[in-house]
Design a protein around this ligand. Structure first.
Ligand SMILES: [Fe+2]
Length: 213
């Protein structure tokens, strides 16, 4: 599938998987499920997610199965494209919560980043899926170094620019930072499992330290 950006560039949308060691790989494109009632409303998406969470054998399979559901939701629910707040001028970003139920392992957010802003380097300590809806986002990936003196030392190991329509899936220990690289905000749909807060960090590559996030 190809899309055209406002700058009239044509690109193929893609699903990407970032592994725990920072490797970014193409994820097999499973056709979006089209059976069942249309439009694909949020509650049906949540119901299908519930089934996937029960039957997936590991996080990688879970992410492969969820990506086509996200594609279908985004293509059939135009209201989602407008369900975000513009970035806070002081912070440079905004988060609009779409779904967060206590004691249930799912969080859905719309996230916006101001042009030029760079996120802290972080992991998520849970599986995650980010679908870019607008703007252009550079993901830089990091991996832990084999350094017994500095166990939280990291080094960059690759990057990937995401365009609208791209989806990036992250395993729990994947470490990345994102940068809004165009002259307009990046808008993304973000879906996460249950965060293990004692394993979620921001990393400082200068001091080789990690801080709970
Ligand atoms: Fe992230």
């Amino acid at each position: 599938m190809s899309l055209q950006s406002p700058e009239n560039e044509t690109f193929d949308v893609q699903n990407w998987l970032v592994t725990n060691d920072g490797s970014c790989q193409k994820l097999a494109r499973v056709p979006s499920p089209s059976q069942g009632k249309s439009p694909y409303r949020l509650y049906r998406f949540l119901s299908d997610l519930d089934d996937v969470l029960e039957r997936a054998i590991d996080d990688t399979q879970r992410l492969e199965l969820i990506c086509p559901l996200v594609r279908r939701l985004l293509s059939e629910s135009p209201w989602l494209q407008l369900s975000y707040d513009l970035p806070d001028p002081k912070k440079g970003w905004s988060v609009s919560m779409l779904y967060d139920e206590p004691d249930y392992p799912l969080t859905i957010q719309m996230v916006a980043w101001e042009p030029g802003r760079v996120s802290p380097i972080h992991n998520h300590a849970t599986w995650g899926i980010v679908a870019l809806l607008d703007g252009e986002e550079k993901n830089t990936f990091w991996q832990r170094s084999q350094d017994s003196e500095h166990p939280d030392r990291i080094e960059p190991c690759g990057d990937r620019v995401l365009y609208p329509g791209d989806i990036i899936a992250l395993l729990p220990e994947a470490i990345h930072c994102v940068e809004a690289t165009r002259d307009r905000p990046t808008i993304s749909f973000n879906l996460y499992g249950e965060t293990q807060y004692d394993r979620r960090f921001t990393f400082n590559p200068e001091t080789h330290t990690a801080t709970l996030f």
